[in-house]
Ligand binder design. Sequence first.
Ligand code: FES
Ligand code: FES
Length: 172
Amino acid sequence: MPTFNLTVNGARKTVNVAADTPLLYVLRNNLELSGVRLGCGASQCGACSVLADGKEIRSCVTPVSRVGDKKIHTLEGLPGLWAAKKGLTGEKAASTLHPVQQAWIETQVPQCGYCQSGMMITAVDLLSRVPDPTVAQITDAYTGGPSPHLCRCGTYTAIIDAVQVAAKAMKA
Ligand code: FES
Ligand code: FES
């Protein structure tokens, strides 16, 4: 098996897997990051989304051999991403969620929760590019890309509210 060196949630990781193994499987099975979800497995739902150098990608259709030097962040890595951005360290860093995660809690977005990791990843991507998005821009973020992000529980309007709450918190 070939060896791949990945940067995941700020740490260097080495895995020995077939080159065409989807990044999704590497994250879940080799690195035990269960926040990343398998939905459709065909780039059609967004459940498996992660950040690659800050941009959302669908990990179910990304072979591990294509990741290269890109910095991968999963749901588990969002607090660290925020701590690094704000210069938080020690206990403060360890006890602070990313404002997107906090907004999801405050707005009570999840129902079954299965799709929500991908939804939060998209919010982080959007807010890094558009700090104060309109409802139309939020809608575009979730309906563009390779496919719309799908939520069988119908949390779409709550997601719009939560992104707006997160945007305010990130500006404060
Ligand atoms: S599992 Fe990757 S887009 Fe659905
Ligand atoms: S919260 Fe259940 S699928 Fe989205």
